[in-house]
Design a binder for this molecule. Structure first.
Ligand code: SAM
Ligand code: SF4
Length: 370
């Protein structure tokens, strides 16, 4: 095995080193980055690719994020909210397709009440062995505790950027309410959730320095799951309109929202967080439908989140336009992904696929050493 579990990489991964890798353009140097990320992935999380069925439970949102098509002021969206039975039906579909977990994601929707989500989690746990991840935005501790008690295992909440000025600009929050996603992540960890976070790559105003700091923050906060995808402009949003050009950093400083930069972030994230679960995101697959999913899996990723939302709801969950796989049935998605995973010489993960810390008892799936 080329890597002892303690010795991750010979690359320089301090702040300056990460900045340099993010800007690297020499193909030979990048081959080295890809190879090291892939080797660290293989050594720490193995060849399994864990599939998490994504349930887009509601497109209602009270927030005003400048980047997201679901934001409250977005007009012309035909918004929906699933009832508990519909959420359970999606989970049963994920189970039937052999997935080990589901992610219930939604806009920040007070209509998804504490009881609504607690009932959904409880009934999924009664009927399936699935791990349940929630991704419902910023919620009060009482909600989060109730959902944990109902059986929720994990929570995803991207901090979006580690730069407080940029964060306030792109995520104004609700009037009179301070938004501190990192603090919520820490509280959720204390409640016993596995916690996941992430950022978008190439949001207007994001500099190389800020992105390098984001990657180091993943490491410093010892995140269990880390999702990074390109920022994809939505014309429904302020950051998707031509005026957003004024918010961009100077040309040498602005991070592009392209595939290569996103793949570098995936690879560097794997190197600084060797045993985290890292998805190959739908946003990346949207940028490069032919190869995006595979390239991320070859450069550090070990998770995919296929959509199990009924097709009639998917187009109505429009974070950005042109989302990949939006018309595929869950069956078709499963077949397509299985083929792509096998073509890479990898295999579908079994079981819930929780984080397996190198220094602790194995938890969740035990197929690392198959
Ligand atoms: N409302 C929850 C929240 O904000 O955490 C979960 C749903 S939200 C749509 C999930 C993620 O989508 C966000 O954390 C953000 O990073 C990503 N996202 C939103 N708008 C995007 C865009 N225009 N391009 C790429 N990703 C985007
Ligand atoms: Fe709402 Fe989440 Fe979109 Fe922000 S990113 S507008 S909280 S759905």
């Amino acid at each position: 095995m080329p890597f002892a579990l303690e010795t991750e990489t010979s690359l320089n991964l301090d702040h300056a080193g990460i900045c340099a890798w993010l800007k690297e353009t020499d193909p030979a140097a990048l081959e080295r980055l890809w190879a090291e990320a892939d080797q660290v992935r293989a050594a720490h999380v193995g060849d399994a690719v864990h599939l998490r069925g994504l349930i887009e439970a509601s497109s209602h949102c009270i927030q005003n994020c400048l980047y997201c098509g679901l934001r409250a002021p977005s007009e012309g969206l035909d918004r929906y909210r699933m009832d508990v039975g519909e959420i359970l039906a999606c989970a049963l579909e994920a189970r039937r397709l052999g997935y080990g977990s589901v992610v219930i994601q939604a806009g920040e929707d007070p209509g998804l009440t504490r009881d609504h989500i607690a009932s959904a989690v409880r009934i999924i746990k009664q009927h399936t062995p699935l791990a349940v991840t929630l991704s419902l935005g910023e919620r009060c501790d009482e909600d989060l505790r109730a959902w944990r008690e109902a059986g929720a295992d994990r929570y995803l909440l991207r901090f979006e950027t580690s730069d407080p000025v940029l964060y306030r600009r792109i995520h104004p929050g609700l009037p009179g309410v301070a938004s501190d996603r990192l603090a919520q992540l820490e509280r959720m960890r204390a409640m016993g959730y596995e916690i996941g976070t992430g950022v978008m790559v190439g949001i207007p105003g994001q500099t190389w320095d800020i992105l390098a700091a984001d990657i180091l923050r993943f490491r410093d906060f010892d995140m269990d799951m880390i999702g990074v995808g390109p920022f994809l402009p939505s014309p429904r949003t302020p950051l998707g309109r031509p005026e957003a050009a004024a918010l961009r950093a100077t040309p040498g400083d602005q991070v592009p929202n392209d595939e290569l930069t996103t793949l570098k972030v995936v690879a560097l994230t794997r190197l600084v967080c060797p045993d985290a679960n890292i998805p190959s995101t739908t946003a990346l697959a949207t940028l490069d439908r032919a190869h995006g999913r595979e390239l991320a899996l070859l450069r550090g990723a070990n998770v995919i989140m296929p959509n199990v939302t009924p097709v009639e709801y998917r187009a109505r969950y429009e974070i950005y336009p042109g989302k990949a796989c939006i018309h595929e049935t869950a069956n078709a998605c499963q077949g397509c992904l299985q083929g792509r995973i096998q073509a890479l010489g990898r295999r579908m993960g079994k079981g819930p696929g929780g984080r397996q810390k190198a220094d602790s008892e194995m938890s969740g799936s035990s197929d690392l050493h198959h």
